[in-house]
Design a protein around this ligand. Sequence first.
Ligand SMILES: [Zn+2]
Length: 88
Amino acid sequence: MSCGNPHATPCTEVLSLTYLYVDGEIDEVHYLEVTTHLSECPPCSDSYAAEVSIKAMVKRSCGGAEITAECRARIVAEVRQISATYRD
Ligand SMILES: [Zn+2]
């Protein structure tokens, strides 16, 4: 997945950091790298938006209980479906 533009930080690295970024658990250096990248890379920006939605849905659906991999997978699938519908 790439938008075809060159980036200081590779998309794969940004995507692997998105989860920490959403959770606010990322260090300052990486935070700046990801912020810059998201502003210039629409595909990664989409992934980030999906991650934000997932986080909100996990909070709602799992109600503070420990998030199981199963619960997260279910929500990820749901979000993918929603964004697919949205794009059509
Ligand atoms: Zn990217």
